[in-house]
Design a protein around this ligand. Structure first.
Ligand code: FAD
Ligand code: AMP
Length: 477
């Protein structure tokens, strides 16, 4: 007999698994279809984020930062650090254990919430039927509502075909068993910079080839300038305006050709990471008569509420327009399920924080100063450097600053940009303030614990109207 559900979700990444849990919590009979298998051939839930994305990359960033600190950051504290070595397979093993714990955790959450897991490839047919091709054959299930959450995968470029040995994508770059001597990274986006940083801290000589002339275009200019300066100082050779045009694997190395302002260049690496972005996964996801439209860039077409062109069929996360971030995927999943239940949930797309987990960390929420100026909005800006923060000094981590941008007429906070220690956590405080329409003055009047890094946000908010205490104010009251 055909199994029938209130909600069927295709894909168990942070979009799909969160949607499935929420649906079950709200009393809907829910199934989630997932096909991904781990290195041991076992079904692994959690999608890109848990298996080969957010979590494993942060595990390696944290391990490599500790090694870097042990080598170069301890002496100043009076800690004798002679003879520190790195066991790369142990680091990779730790990362894999974290992944296993978390993906197993999702399976546990599915069980405790009563979500049915259907292992296999899901394909949407006409009439909200879904075909599941799994290890035991083909099954068709029916649903009142279907949520497509099939995510994304790395973009391949013809000049650098991935072989996962010498030329790898982000997944391969999480599995190196030794530190490459010369590492190339194509693309100075978030993933390229994070993975480049991991291996650079462990001793690789890293060159990043970026086609654009502008570094971190989405970030506030003050932040991207500071980031480029610091990362270059850390040893990343970031070549802007360098477009990769070809590559040739020669034995254990790869010769990469690129063009820059001086013409054709070539450079040799031991490993090359291709990190030029990600594209939506819709392969064999939609039957030709499913009725779901795809936009011109290959994303599933949805409205502001993630509804597709077929009533009762929704799409969320990386497979639809917008930022390719785990928290965006999850919140879209929650919104869709709430709406299925008849609640009027909406998502505030203007306040999705972006984070780059390099060191210093980079994070922002809201608009950049350049974007606001381009829109003709008059703004007041306050900045506070971590060099003036007692807590940052105590931690010997004083690079970067917090920048708060407020509307000059209303004083409402329109953007918070942080480069420095715990930027990701600090920016979330900005996001909370902005969600409630807080003014810079209100933020400045709040009591912040001392000594904390958060005080830098407090002081930057005060500086917006010339009221900072621990630095000279550029703007006078
Ligand atoms: P995915 O996580 O891609 O999950 C989709 C799932 O659907 C997959 O498990 C796939 O196997 C399954 N699937 C696809 N098609 C089918 C089908 N037909 N049938 C059955 N199953 C199917 N984001 C952040 O917010 N913070 C970070 O720090 C961060 N770091 C990252 C680091 C790296 C190296 C990478 C690659 C990504 C990172 N991201 C980060 C991005 C983040 O991983 C994605 O935005 C997020 O995973 C998207 O979630 P999703 O649910 O839309 O899709
Ligand atoms: P993101 O989309 O943020 O992951 O960043 C990917 C980066 O890769 C973008 O900044 C692109 O400009 C860059 N990129 C894409 N193709 C090439 C190429 N052939 N050579 C160098 N950089 C590239």
């Amino acid at each position: 007999m055909t199994q029938k559900f209130d909600v069927v979700v295709i894909g168990a990444g942070p979009g799909g698994y969160v949607a499935a849990i929420k649906a079950a919590q709200l009393g809907l009979k829910t199934a989630c279809i997932e096909k991904y298998q781990d290195g041991e051939g076992k079904l692994a839930l959690g999608g890109t984020c848990l298996n080969v994305g957010c979590i494993p990359s942060k595990a390696l960033l944290d391990s490599s930062w500790k090694f870097h600190e042990a080598q170069d950051g301890f002496a100043v504290h009076g800690i004798n650090h002679a003879g520190v070595t790195m066991d790369v397979p142990a680091m990779i093993g730790r990362k894999s254990n974290i992944v296993k714990n978390l993906t197993g955790g999702v399976a546990g959450l599915f069980k405790s919430n009563g979500v049915t897991v259907l292992q296999g490839h899901g394909k949407l047919l006409a009439g909200k039927k879904v075909e599941v091709t799994g290890p035991n054959g083909v099954e068709v299930v029916e649903a009142d509502n279907v949520i497509l959450a099939s995510g994304s995968r790395p973009i391949d470029i013809p000049p650098a075909p991935v072989d996962q040995k010498i030329i790898v994508d982000s997944t391969g770059a999480l599995e190196f068993q030794e530190v490459p001597k010369r590492l190339g990274v194509i693309g100075a986006g978030v993933i390229g910079l994070e993975l480049g940083s991991v291996w650079s801290r462990l001793g690789a000589q890293v060159t990043v080839l970026e086609a654009l002339d502008t570094f971190l275009m989405a970030a506030d200019t003050a932040v991207s300038k500071e980031a480029l300066k610091t990362m270059t100082k850390q040893g990343l050779d970031i070549k802007l305006g360098a477009r990769v045009t070809g590559s040739e694997v020669q034995g254990e190395e790869v010769v990469v050709k690129y063009t820059d302002a001086n013409g054709e260049q070539s450079i040799t690496f031991d490993k090359l990471i291709v990190a030029v972005g990600r594209r939506p996964v819709t392969t064999d996801l939609l039957a030709s008569d499913s009725g779901v439209d795809i936009d011109e860039r290959g994303f599933i077409f949805v409205d502001d509420y993630c509804a597709t062109s077929v009533p009762g069929v929704y799409a969320i996360g990386d497979v639809v327009r917008g930022l390719m971030l785990a928290h965006k995927a999850s919140e879209e999943g929650i919104m869709v399920v709430e709406r299925i239940k008849g609640h009027k949930a909406v998502m505030n797309y203007d306040l999705i924080p972006s984070v780059i987990y390099t060191h210093p960390e980079i994070a922002w929420v809201g608009k950049t100063e350049q974007a606001l100026k381009a829109e003709g909005v008059e703004v007041n800006v306050g900045s506070f450097p971590f060099a003036a923060s007692g807590r940052a000094m105590a931690a010997n981590d004083t690079g970067g600053f917090v920048k708060v941008i407020a509307d000059a007429k209303t004083d409402r906070v329109l953007g918070v940009h942080v480069i420095g220690p715990s930027a990701a956590e600090l920016v979330q405080q900005g996001a909370i303030a902005m969600e409630f329409g807080t003014s810079a003055e209100d933020l400045g009047m709040m009591v912040f614990s001392h000594p904390t890094l958060s005080e830098a946000l407090h002081e930057a908010a005060l500086a917006v109207n010339g009221g900072a205490i621990h630095i000279a104010n550029r703007k006078k009251r």
